[in-house]
Design a protein around this ligand. Structure first.
Ligand code: MN
Length: 425
């Protein structure tokens, strides 16, 4: 299925009058504060978030999986789905692949398909948290950190292979997330685990092309429950510092213990030019992988405040923006549209913070005023600007309602059938 500009224009027609009025009202409100929205709308329109290939199907939980119909069964179908999202919201212009779930058997054809849909390939992800049918050594007790060098070598070789696959698609980064760790005290030696992880990452780093980065993710627990090889941003930072300039930390919002101040981590990593990328999702407890903005939108806004400030005032390199989510209840495509919208809303709100006034309030230790400034931006309903950023690039004013109006899922079920199961989580 391909969504043409005409069908989007048709869907937009019925919403245009109301949308134009809403933009007008918001512009008036912003103008009274000396803000013009044009720059914000253009920045929103340029902002692209990569869709992970594994989020296009129903993920489920460890208790069960309830697949929906019309899910993508091949790499090219996943790319087609991201193309549909991008046509609807103009902000999903990239895809992040997972190897071995998405090995490109025809890279040239896959590249051409992606290009025709306006898509690029963001970071490729390796997988050493599962055993593959044909592999020699098991990852039951770890991969890059394993006590046995033969297992580490196998895991290093896999990561190098992922880089090689990524090169065929013009990807520019490798994301490494390790399930390695221990579940019982005494099971492993913390220093050995760290040194093995570092040694393996050094070998992978040496295989990186000149214009590539490696992004090192961290996670405090799960699947291991006593210690993880890379449990927190401090450990990731130690590793990427020792690896070199092409290594950065990746922040996954769900990979923190409850109430961790993620925005502070973002700020400090950017100061050190070591924030490489983001995995957006939301959570109530831990790695819940829920729709972005569904539970803690204020936290997302505060994180974006640091990102906007950091992008302006630090030398941190360009970031890879990615979603990392899993779906059990909603149509994955609708969920992803909601996630991208939540990201754009937080970005727009963060751009509304009056930075000069905030600095002055901080200088005067005027805590009340500082809070007023932050919350004034957060409490501004910026949805008309997000909608406008989509409309000016010929995408939908309201992507979720357009998805439903155009009966995208029904079409996909017609094309692919009721009982498709997408590869991945
Ligand atoms: Mn992640």
């Amino acid at each position: 299925m391909i969504i043409g500009k005409n069908s989007i224009e048709e869907v937009n027609k019925s919403q245009l009058t109301e949308h134009t009025a809403a933009v007008g009202r918001l512009n008036e409100q912003l103008a009274s504060k000396g803000v013009t929205s044009e720059d914000i709308v253009n920045k929103l329109a340029d902002f692209q978030v990569a869709i992970p290939s594994w989020a296009l199907g129903t993920g489920g939980t460890r208790f069960g999986r309830f697949p929906g119909g019309g899910e993508p069964a091949s790499l090219n179908q996943k790319i087609e789905d991201v193309g549909l999202l991008h046509a609807l919201n103009n902000s999903s212009g990239a895809i992040s692949l997972h190897i071995p779930w998405d090995i490109p058997s025809d890279p040239q054809g896959t590249m051409e398909l992606a290009k025709s849909l306006g898509l690029k390939f963001d970071a490729v992800n390796s997988n050493t948290f599962q055993d593959q049918p044909d592999q020699k050594h098991s990852y039951k007790f770890g991969s890059l950190a394993h006590i046995n060098k033969d297992v580490r070598d196998q895991a290093v070789a896999h990561n190098k292979e992922v880089i090689d696959y990524g090169k065929t698609l013009n990807s520019k980064a490798l994301t490494v997330w390790l399930a390695d760790g221990t579940t019982f005290p005494g099971q492993g030696n913390f220093r050995n685990i760290f040194q093995n992880t570092l040694g393996s990452l050094k070998e992978i780093y040496a295989h990186l092309p000149e214009d590539w980065n490696v992004l090192v993710e961290y996670k405090p627990f799960e699947p291991n429950f006593y210690s993880m090889a890379i449990p927190d941003w401090g450990t990731s930072h130690l590793l990427v510092n020792q690896l070199g300039d092409k290594a950065q930390t990746l922040v996954d919002l769900g990979h923190h213990l409850p109430n961790t101040n993620i925005e502070q981590i973002v700020s400090i990593l950017m100061m050190q030019s070591k924030l490489g990328g983001f995995h957006f999702n939301d959570s109530k407890f831990a790695d819940d992988d829920l729709t972005v903005g569904a539970i803690k939108p204020y936290q997302l806004f505060l994180i974006f405040c640091e990102l906007v400030d950091g992008m302006k005032n630090t030398d941190n390199p360009d970031l890879s923006w990615m979603i990392d989510a899993s779906h059990n209840l909603k149509d994955p495509m609708e969920d992803l549209l909601q996630s991208v919208e939540a990201i754009l809303i937080a970005y727009a709100q963060a751009m509304l913070v009056d930075q000069d006034a905030l600095k002055a309030a901080q200088l005067n230790n005027d805590v009340t005023l500082a809070q007023e400034i932050m919350q004034d931006a957060y409490r501004t309903d910026v949805r008309p600007l997000v909608a406008e950023s989509s409309r000016i690039r010929n995408a939908a004013i309201n992507p979720v309602s357009a998805y439903r109006d155009l009966k995208v899922r029904e079409e996909l079920i017609k094309e692919r059938g009721e009982n498709t199961i997408s590869t991945g989580l």
